[in-house]
Design a protein around this ligand. Structure first.
Ligand code: IPD
Ligand code: CA
Ligand code: CA
Length: 264
């Protein structure tokens, strides 16, 4: 619940609604998954397909039919009911590059903020039949069972993830990432939102994405922290609005941030 008595929300209900809507949107994406698609290029150079647009339309309609006074911010169609105290931030397909190649590591993302604070997060992976969801103070679930980060406390035993090492190498964290990569046991590119889900479910220790919009990050802070880990920007702010995202099992967060800060 929000601490403010004027706005009293049952987070369990909101989490259930977000899970239902993410699954419905996921069904839409599956109709197109593995099909020959004609992706368009957006003004920022990122790809988009009719599946992204149809899934976001369904999310928006589902949210606003249940909660007409809630706000919605989506990657493809922008903001509705700006200024609302409860805001749903959605990415209908995170990992569009995976999606259009028939790779199942893409997810439907929903984060709900109440008075600006992250309160609910859902990352649903339709092609993997996995759902990770969390509500503030109520824990993180992975397909309905409690999710927990790993207990790995040495970099030399850790699995480090990112989406695109070339993007990291070209940006301000390139040298820090390279140092971190040489300190860990393995580094892989099981990226986009799935990398953060792997951290929240104890299958990886650190996931770094140097470029994230609010819709890319919306559910991640709630999911990772409720699983016992840490989620911050690359400069250490616990926020989904800072333009980058680092998830970890908590134990290795200082080491990850130290390495990244050494490069700026
Ligand atoms: C992308 C993913 C990726 C991030 C990119 C985003 P999309 O989202 O979140 O991890 O590095 O900046 O554009 O385009 O697949 O929804
Ligand atoms: Ca995205
Ligand atoms: Ca997207």
């Amino acid at each position: 619940m929000s601490g403010n008595p004027a706005i009293h929300h049952d987070l369990a209900d909101l989490r259930r609604a977000a899970e239902d809507l993410a699954r419905q949107a996921g069904e839409i994406t599956l109709r197109y998954f593995g099909q020959r698609l004609a992706p368009e290029s957006k003004s920022d150079g990122t790809p988009v397909t009719r599946a992204d647009r149809e899934a976001e339309t369904a999310l928006r309609e589902g949210i606003l039919s249940r909660y007409p006074d809630h706000g919605v911010l989506g990657e493809e169609f922008g903001a509705t009911n700006e200024g609302a105290r409860v805001r749903w931030i959605v990415d209908p397909i995170d990992g569009t590059r995976s999606f259009i190649r028939g790779v199942p590591l893409y997810g439907v993302l929903i984060g709900i903020e109440i008075d600006g604070d992250p309160a609910v997060g859902v990352a649903h992976f339709p092609a993997l039949e996995e759902t990770v969801s969390a509500a503030a103070g109520r824990g993180c679930l992975w397909n309905g069972r409690p999710a927990r980060v790993s207990t790995v406390d040495r970099l030399e035993d850790a699995l480090l993830l990112t989406t695109d090492p070339e993007v990291l190498a070209a940006g301000p964290y390139g040298s820090g990432y390279a140092r971190l990569q040489s300190s860990v046991r393995y580094a892989r590119t099981w990226g986009d939102c799935y990398g953060h889900a792997l951290v929240a479910t104890g299958r990886a220790e650190i996931m770094i994405d140097p470029i994230l919009a609010a819709w890319d990050a919306a559910p991640l802070l709630t999911i990772v922290t409720e699983a016992g880990g840490s989620y911050t920007t690359a400069t250490g702010e616990p926020s989904i609005h800072g333009g980058s995202g680092v998830s970890s099992n908590g134990l290795l967060h200082p080491a990850a941030l130290d390495a990244l800060s050494a490069s700026v």
